[in-house]
Design a protein around this ligand. Structure first.
Ligand code: AMP
Length: 180
């Protein structure tokens, strides 16, 4: 049987709370600003997302130059990746910075101007459908087909950092809504 304290400490594992304030017993917690009470992990997440926003804005500046991206190197197998699915049109590999126990990136092998979804033209309709179907195949392979999310970040305000269209397939944990 777990004691109340050890149960609570298990539930809070991973959270680093701010140092206790002096004379904390005499402080009315209800009157403190919420930011002071928030676990530090959430503060770190905010800092991380600030970095992501900066990186996304920098990436957006060169998005339409046609410059190759890191995904070209992955397609050419010049850098290692963990490929989970591949056919003649698409490649799916594990995200290097996973946001869930299962986090796969699905990309078209030929970019053909599809730096982002917002640049899609009629000629891209077939590959877009193919990518979505591949996302479902990946979810099946990964054992998450009954609960998964497909995300496309489009542009700097959505924190897109690689300008080669890609789907994120996320799952393996309870996903929350709305997303950040
Ligand atoms: P986005 O921010 O929507 O443009 O997504 C780009 C994704 O590519 C991010 O989730 C990165 O973690 C991922 N990524 C970048 N470089 C690599 C790499 N070498 N291998 C696997 N995933 C990568």
């Amino acid at each position: 049987m777990l004691s109340g304290i050890s149960r609570r400490s298990r539930a809070l594992r991973g959270h680093v709370f701010p140092k206790p304030l002096p004379n904390s017993s005499s402080i009315n917690l209800a009157r403190l600003p919420p930011a002071l009470l928030r676990p530090r992990r959430f503060m770190c997440r905010n800092a991380a997302s600030d970095n992501e926003e900066v990186a996304a804005k920098a990436a957006a500046k060169i998005a339409d130059t046609g410059a190759p991206t890191i995904f070209d190197k992955i397609i050419a197998k010049e850098i290692p990746s963990t490929i989970v699915y591949e056919d003649d049109k698409v490649l799916a590999f594990r995200d290097i910075n996973p946001q869930a126990p299962v986090h796969i990136v699905v990309i078209p092998k030929i970019r053909d101007g599809l730096t982002q979804l917002g640049k899609a033209e009629v000629r891209h309709a077939e590959v877009l459908g193919h990518l979505l179907f591949a996302a479902k195949l990946v979810a099946e392979k990964e054992g998450i087909v009954d609960g998964f999310r497909v995300v496309i970040n489009n542009g700097p305000e959505a924190c897109q950092s690689v300008y080669h269209l890609h789907l994120h397939v996320l799952g393996g944990r309870q996903l929350k809504w709305p997303p950040g």
